[in-house]
Design a protein around this ligand. Sequence first.
Ligand SMILES: Nc1ncnc2c1ncn2[C@@H]1O[C@H](COP(=O)(O)OP(=O)(O)OP(=O)(O)O)[C@@H](O)[C@H]1O
Ligand SMILES: [Mg+2]
Length: 261
Amino acid sequence: MADTLLTEGSAAKGKDFSKNRNHAATAPAYFSVWDLHAYYGESYIVQGVSFNVHEGEILALLGRNGAGKTSTLRAIARMDEPMVTHGEIWLDHQHLHDRKSYEAAQLGMALVPEDRCIIQGLTVEENLQLAQIVEPVGWSLERVYELFPRLKERRKQEGTTLSGGEQQMLAIARALVRDIKVLLLDEPYEGLAPVIVDEIEKTLNIIKEQGITTVIVEQNAVRALQLADRAVILDTGSVVYDGTANEVLENEALRNEYLAI
Ligand SMILES: Nc1ncnc2c1ncn2[C@@H]1O[C@H](COP(=O)(O)OP(=O)(O)OP(=O)(O)O)[C@@H](O)[C@H]1O
Ligand SMILES: [Mg+2]
């Protein structure tokens, strides 16, 4: 039997809950989101999102402004808001839908938010060391410095004084020094010059080679589709496309309708 779904808080909202349904028993995917619904207060934003991601795959989660991409990532990472009222999240046979965000993080979920959240007053190295305080620890500092030589050069510099691209690298590095299975990236290319995007893209491919599964949300949909294996497109909090990234690149009508590109 599957564990009881969701929290008392969400049950109190009186929504429709699925009961005792063990999705993992039937889902072949490594990382599964099934019929996820989430609210900010009374605002119903994530409206039944489902998708599967295989181990080591890169999924591009796309959609127009306000489609619900950030909200979906936050719901998956079990942030307090938006509040999940229904649905299931499974990662490597572990259920996350009834966990707190710190528990989801301990089970391998890492969200790199759009604002990157570099801790003020700490150097690059201190930001990384702080991320390693909680077990389980992932990559060593030496290994992340090998991936991001710029961070090694700047390791004694205060993190918030780095360039935008370097801060994005630090935000990704901070996830890697923990033992993660899934990397959720919200707009990692935002505000970055194409040459820096190239550099980050290269590192995301190396991270993929190490077997880490990635979900990338990007306004720069073409770049994300070029990187990704598969794509899911959201529109008003629901999935309107689930298929290969190439198919989206080749399907102009789909791109026009849901991505405005
Ligand atoms: N804290 C919040 N409280 C209430 N509504 C919110 C909150 N955050 C987002 N929303 C609403 O949820 C909807 C989806 O927002 P979300 O930020 O998830 O979209 P997005 O696809 O990430 O958009 P963007 O491409 O602009 O980042 C929008 O209508 C937005 O106004
Ligand atoms: Mg967003």
